[in-house]
Design a protein around this ligand. Sequence first.
Ligand code: GRF
Length: 211
Amino acid sequence: MKSLVILISGRGSNMQAIVETARREAWQVRLAGVVAHRGDSAGLAWAAAQGLPTALVDHRDHPERAAFDAHLAEAIRHLAGPDGPDLLALAGFMRVLGSDFVQAHAGRMVNIHPSLLPAFPGLHTHRRALQAGCRFAGATVHGVTAELDHGPIAAQACVPVLPDDDESALAARVLEREHRMYPRVIDWLLRERLVLRDGRYRQLDGESTAF
Ligand code: GRF
């Protein structure tokens, strides 16, 4: 059975959507655990209350990135086993991971980013989309590479930007799509229906990866 570890920072609503979808659809997957880097993470408390294995690797205990990354990798191995998980999903994980960590999980680590990449990598994506006058916004699931918010695109969700939108209205519209897209993409990846080949993700059943 394939294993999945999810990394979060705070709220963890994408993680929750993944766990709830996995249970509702009876995925043949081992939910090996949820790791957060903040002790006040509501998502981590939710996961623990669900009976999932959890771990906290507090970034304040490891100010240097290399030490943080090493402890994070250790916590992940502890949950998933010595070879690590088959899939590592970053779900609102707000720490930049170093190239050694990325290399160690190459090809089996994905992230969800709240913009239509390659537009607006980095922070404050909805604010920047509004400021630029974008008529569409969205979210992207992509493979993680050493360059922040780059890496091959696995799926995208697109929503309209409405005339009266503020940042929070747009974020809520995008988030709803994230909750539909990310569990589906993770399911496909774990069942190898979505595969990384020659640096691009391909959906083998011909299903659309536009949400
Ligand atoms: C989401 O919008 C995700 O795309 C971004 O951070 C937000 C996390 O929300 N990376 P949550 O923690 O999953 O509720």
